[in-house]
Design a binder for this molecule. Structure first.
Ligand SMILES: C[S@@+](CC[C@H](N)C(=O)[O-])C[C@H]1O[C@@H](n2cnc3c(N)ncnc32)[C@H](O)[C@@H]1O
Length: 392
């Protein structure tokens, strides 16, 4: 069961269970076009291409795009090995030189961020690597960026002063570090090279930055959508990912804007309509929530409705959509995100074909925000709902 898909090349929180994606892909007609508009680490599109389908992946998070693209693009591993060795050699020479990284050096907030989260020796080496990689395009360069990011986004000690970066819950845990960035980069790159060499992707998926609510995919062209939207208030992907993205040319302001636009973000919406009000009541005891949190639920429902409409538009008549959704809690109020998805899909003209609830294996559970010890709630948050819909 574990080895339905090759091991991932980079950590990612709340990955979809591969068996769900694989089973669904195997049942599709040959050479189907599969879309995941919230592709994350690329589980669904890797399952699709490895099952012989075409696949398109979209995400708002530039790190998700980088990882999923690199995982679904065939590369010449000899070329990648030569590339990462050359990058490491060039960076080593630059470590103590006066380098310009304008998005960091000319932006106080971004500069302070790198100083707060990284020790000086690591910062100098990361700057050198970032300088060598900046502006370089192509699969082997992307893999070098994934290797670079792997040494930062780890559970334990990596190139930063934080722990738990891979769970998107980074917190500063060390005052200084003796982590050797350049050799860490080479080790990470070699791990990736071996993984891709032993199980290369069968073909290339198309992956790009974009918004799932307005995907740039022609209407009526997609055979199947497979996706797992973020749960309301569950994981703040950019909180961890910005630790890498600041080295790839993004300022803190740009990352904040992306973070605020993501579905499931802690942002409020005031304007209401009948659909939003009815759906919110179907989700749980929302009357117990303070106004700010009610606004967050409202925005989540609005975003989910937009997502449902966009997905329905891309599907061919007879096309299918599979959603994997977990539930949330806000201040101890249990919220059924699956209801929001079900009602959004139905409002978009899709019909529910199947619904199944499954227990989350312990390694895939995320930590709900503190709830005041509601045991029943914790129990209910240990499952996820798998729903399939059909476009008539
Ligand atoms: C639960 S994760 C997907 C995990 C993925 N199925 C996997 O196996 O790795 C949800 C993803 O939705 C993305 N996302 C959130 N809002 C988005 C939006 N408006 N458009 C596109 N992607 C979005 C997040 O960046 C995150 O990568």
């Amino acid at each position: 069961m574990n080895h339905l898909l090759p091991p991932p090349i980079h950590p990612f929180p709340a990955r979809m269970a591969p068996e769900i994606a694989i089973e669904f892909c195997r049942a599709l007609p040959q050479e189907a076009l599969v879309l995941d508009p919230m592709v994350g680490s690329g589980t669904t599109i890797r399952a699709a291409i490895d099952s012989g389908h075409q696949a398109i992946g979209i995400d708002m998070d530039p790190l998700a795009v980088l990882i999923s693209k690199a995982w679904t693009t065939p590369v010449d591993s000899c070329l990648f090995r030569r590339r990462y060795e050359e990058v490491a050699r060039n960076a080593q020479v630059l470590v103590n030189q006066d380098l310009q990284l304008p998005w960091i050096d000319d932006d106080i907030e971004t500069g302070e961020f790198t100083e707060r989260w990284f020790g000086k020796p690591q910062r100098l080496a990361l700057r050198a690597l970032a300088h060598v990689l900046h502006g370089r395009r192509g699969p082997s360069w992307d893999l070098c960026r994934v290797a670079f990011s792997r040494i930062i986004i780890t559970k334990d000690k990596g190139a930063s002063l934080a722990r738990d970066v891979s769970h998107s819950r980074p917190h500063i845990s060390y005052q200084s570090s003796n982590f050797d960035v350049i050799s860490g980069f080479e080790r990470a790159a070699e791990t990736i090279a071996r993984r891709l060499e032993s199980e290369p992707p069968r073909r290339r998926a198309t992956v790009r930055l974009g918004d799932a609510r307005k995907p740039k995919v022609a209407a009526g062209t997609v055979d199947a959508v497979i996706t797992s939207p973020p749960y309301l208030n569950a994981i703040d992907y950019l909180r961890g990912h910005r630790m890498s993205l600041v080295w790839f040319g993004y300022t803190m302001k740009q990352l904040r804007e992306i973070r605020g636009a993501e579905v499931g973000a802690e942002r409020s919406l005031r304007a209401c309509d009948q659909f939003l009000a009815d759906t919110m009541h179907e989700m749980g005891q929302i009357d117990d929530l303070p106004p700010r949190l009610l606004g967050m639920v409202r925005r989540y429902v609005r975003d989910t409705r937009d997502l449902g409409a966009a997905i329905a538009r891309t599907l061919k008549p007879g096309g299918q959509a599979l959603f994997v959704v977990g539930n949330s809690s806000l201040k101890g109020v249990f919220l059924r995100n699956d209801k929001a998805v079900e009602l959004a899909a139905s409002a978009a003209g899709l019909t529910l074909a199947s619904r199944m609830e499954r227990e989350l294996p312990p390694n895939r559970r995320y930590l709900p925000p503190p709830t005041g010890g509601d045991g029943d709630l914790n129990q209910r948050m240990r499952s996820e709902v798998v729903m399939t819909f059909k476009r008539p």
